[in-house]
Write a protein that binds this ligand. Sequence first.
Ligand SMILES: [Zn+2]
Length: 248
Amino acid sequence: MVSDVAEWLASARRISVLTGAGISTDSGIPDFRGPQGLWTKDPASQRLFTLQAYVADPELRVEAWQRRLAHDTWTAVPNAGHVALAELEQAGRLDAIVTQNIDGLHQRAGSSPDVVIEIHGTIWQVECLACDRRTPMQATLDRVRTGEADPPCLACGGLLKSATISFGQSLVPAVLRRAQQAAQSCDLFLAVGTSLTVQPAAGLCRVALTAGARLVIVNAEPTPYDDRADAVLREPISAVLPQLVAVA
Ligand SMILES: [Zn+2]
């Protein structure tokens, strides 16, 4: 099965990839929704990621900043799965990586920033909820380290939050359009490490299938699209992606 998919990748004209938390677990970043995920084991922690609660509750913001300080992303390094996708792009074979991840590991593995479409935003930036100004996360974390428990926007005094999409917060329409375009324009859509249960990511598989693309799913757990996929691979992502890309 792996060799069949590798041949499809080699013969595809336009490849788009969708990635979810599963590609980053081998880099030590936990999957929030998986069996061992934070939200599965501690549903109450979802409140930390809910916009309305974040805006209303100063204590929750203080806790959110402490969690950002200790976030796994700062020490994580890209794994062989991220690197394989970067190599596929460098070989001129990959048009887009739509990712649900906020960790920036695709870019750190060498994928071009223009190719990576971050539908849930990025934790590497901070955004002001009042004036939309974006600044680097690390500069704000430095302020937290030096005693500002809930640092306000330096331009307008508004509330700051990581530039990620919280529950209750809208996706960015322009980013969503790019993701849909990536799904619509490819002839092979590779969904990696995503449960395909969360919109809009799940719907992108439907867009790709409707446009006539082959669908390949690489995920440890079953997904709602397994029946419609041309191939489903259960192998560990950081092991199988390098094999798929080696032939391509
Ligand atoms: Zn501001």
